[in-house]
Design a protein around this ligand. Sequence first.
Ligand SMILES: Cc1cc2nc3c(=O)[nH]c(=O)nc-3n(C[C@H](O)[C@H](O)[C@H](O)COP(=O)(O)OP(=O)(O)OC[C@H]3O[C@@H](n4cnc5c(N)ncnc54)[C@H](O)[C@@H]3O)c2cc1C
Length: 360
Amino acid sequence: MIETDILIVGGGPAGATLATYLSASHISNIILQRNLSFNKPCGGGIRLDTFDEFEIDKKIIKKNVDTIVLVFKSQRIEVDISGTPIAIVERVEFDTHLRNKAKESGTVLYEATFVSVEIFDTYVISTMKKEGKYFKIKSRYLIAADGVNSKIRRIVNGDEVYSSLTHYTDIHSKQYTNCEFHFGEEVADKYYAWAFPHADGSNIGTLAASNQNYIKRLKVNLEIDETTIILGYKIPHFKNNIFYKNRVFFVGDSASEVLPFTYEGIYYAMSSAKILADVLIENQEPSEYEKRWNKKYYKKFHTLALLQNIFLRNNFMISIMMRLYQNKYIQQQMVEFWLGKREVTVDFKFFMRVLKRLIK
Ligand SMILES: Cc1cc2nc3c(=O)[nH]c(=O)nc-3n(C[C@H](O)[C@H](O)[C@H](O)COP(=O)(O)OP(=O)(O)OC[C@H]3O[C@@H](n4cnc5c(N)ncnc54)[C@H](O)[C@@H]3O)c2cc1C
């Protein structure tokens, strides 16, 4: 039986970040990562300041974006985000880089699949499968960093991560230099569709529905007639999120820690992992993780969920949102709220005043 203090299942942004901090504090840990060559389906857009915050080498950035474009029907609004640009990465390279950082700090990395767990009063025993053989690992805690299809969540909490299916495809006939967010019932229903620069070419996608009609319409709107393979992958909604149960912590997609409205998940997986790492390093009660996460993000996540419900409800509300976004001050406020200082609070009274003026 292999023994470690903390067993982390999943070596994506959440798992690899947690492992790095634990190792730096000499807490023994193992990452189980099913496939080291897994290229997580992703737009690969990350706020540039993530690289400084988590000391990640900027050499792996493929492209920088300092303008986002909001598109609704024929209307286009360009928003300057040069204060906090978005970096575009290739996920397989990014995740490998994060795992290597963890390894260099002392984490043990196995290319193996988590299979099952038995939970006892003061420890857990997990079974993993590697090259057809089964191994057992005893640890004080188990960490579910196994993403949106979390098997641990199914076993331990008896539910699935509440999610929607995205459709996405890589294109090479058109090179986007800005991150475009497309709104409207025709292409994005109550969410958004995107056209992002990608490591090699561009990446477009939508998280509107389980059929491919939305992405097909998006391709037509974007005048892309290149034949491409459309793939699907789930993305979590911030709903029924879970932090801890029976010696198992949840972090990143498995915990539904994806920012509503923007569906930004990489930064929040890493930041949530840092919150959890601090709790484990300080040997705090498990409930402290939820307390600290809520203190830092509850307001922001709930406000964005509320704004998404209000403004992406239908085309009429989207047209109101576009009118609001024409106002430079509102643009600045929203960018500040989304990408800026971490704990900024939204001035609701101000928004309600502007909304009333617009509706009159
Ligand atoms: C199409 C799409 C586009 C996206 N674009 C963006 C974007 O541009 N920017 C952004 O910030 N977010 C984006 N996201 C969201 C982002 O990808 C996720 O929120 C983020 O990857 C979550 O990190 P994580 O570490 O929690 O999970 P993951 O990155 O999913 O990592 C989980 C890891 O666990 C491994 N694993 C799973 N099960 C097992 C098992 N049984 N045993 C061993 N290993 C296992 C998986 O192989 C995987 O490597 C996008 C998501 C999708 C679907």
